[in-house]
Write a protein that binds this ligand. Structure first.
Ligand SMILES: Cc1cc2nc3c(=O)[nH]c(=O)nc-3n(C[C@H](O)[C@H](O)[C@H](O)COP(=O)(O)OP(=O)(O)OC[C@H]3O[C@@H](n4cnc5c(N)ncnc54)[C@H](O)[C@@H]3O)c2cc1C
Ligand code: FES
Length: 265
């Protein structure tokens, strides 16, 4: 049974909200108390004004939280009605955000080298982890996959965070490896000169399942940030169930980051 959620409602103000790739926006909000409390891999639940019929908040990861500036950076894909409304929010607009949600990444003690694998809009929580690894001086490499070059985000940000290799892949071959990013990830994991003891991944579920299997083969521990539809975001509704070897678990409280070997993929 998870402990009660520490999430609270905070006011936020939009600082910037601009497109950074095809149908992907970077949103910076000011929410000083929350920015101080967030851990990489946790999530937020944003109330987006503009539709009186929509009571649900939008669950979103974050790419960075700056406790000094009091700001939180979110990258989101515009996929439906709620995120379309979010894209309309202008600097100075205000609303509320519920957080911090769930629990984040747990880098194993003594980790000597990590591999991070992000697909599509799975980049933000992995980038946040990259910044934590970089600050801790833990070497890491990155594989990023996207449908096409214009939808691929984060390559420069991972380099700025201190990544060694940053390997790219696109489904249509318009940038990097032609195909899924699981292929360069497999090459790195099988490279005898690199020994990864930790792998972290977020993206489409088949991608994460493949990465979990490859990590197990390479004897590396692996965590995956798993997305589910979320109605409440704090353990009250059971819409976010994830099947694990220990039974069904709510992604909003027991995740979104899970031990990838415990998830039934
Ligand atoms: C913990 C967590 C972290 C997330 N982090 C990010 C992030 O950093 N950036 C980002 O762009 N998106 C993220 N998402 C997904 C985001 O919540 C959905 O894209 C968003 O709720 C869609 O809202 P909408 O009203 O625009 O679309 P809707 O009209 O509600 O749905 C449009 C499409 O998106 C799908 N969808 C809706 N909600 C989810 C969901 N929770 N997970 C997967 N698919 C969904 C629907 O099935 C439908 O196909 C995250 C989701 C979770 C649970
Ligand atoms: S979203 Fe309601 S229990 Fe997880």
């Amino acid at each position: 049974m998870p402990t009660p959620s520490p999430a609270r409602i905070h006011d936020f103000t939009v600082v910037t909200n601009e497109p950074i790739a095809q149908d992907i926006y970077a949103l910076r909000i000011a929410a000083p108390e929350l920015a101080r409390r967030l851990e990489p891999g946790q999530f937020l639940n944003l109330a987006v004004p503009g539709n009186a019929m929509s009571l649900l908040r939008i669950p979103l990861s974050f790419a960075a939280a700056d406790p000094d500036e009091g700001t939180i950076d979110i990258w989101y894909a515009v996929v439906g009605e709620g995120t379309e409304r979010l894209a309309q929010m202008q600097p100075g607009a205000t609303s509320t955000v519920l957080g911090p949600g769930g629990h984040g990444w747990t880098v194993p003690e003594g980790c000597t080298r990590a591999l991070l694998v992000a697909g599509g809009i799975g980049v933000p929580p992995v980038l946040c982890l990259a910044r934590q690894l970089g600050a801790a001086g833990i070497p890491f490499d990155v594989c990023i996959g996207a449908a096409t070059a214009s939808a691929l985000v984060g390559a420069d940000a991972f380099k700025d965070a201190g990544a060694g290799a940053v390997l790219l892949a696109t489904d249509d071959g318009s940038l990097g490896h032609y195909g899924f990013c699981t292929v360069p990830a497999e090459q790195l994991l099988r490279d005898a000169d690199r020994h990864y003891d930790y792998v972290a991944t977020c993206g489409p579920e088949p991608m994460m399942a493949k990465i979990a299997a490859l990590a197990e083969e390479a004897a590396a521990s692996c965590e995956a940030s798993v997305e589910r539809m979320m109605s409440c975001g704090f353990g009250a509704c059971a819409t976010c169930a994830v099947e694990t070897v220990h039974g069904m678990k709510g992604a909003c409280m027991c995740g979104p980051v899970f031990d990838a070997q415990e998830v039934v993929w």
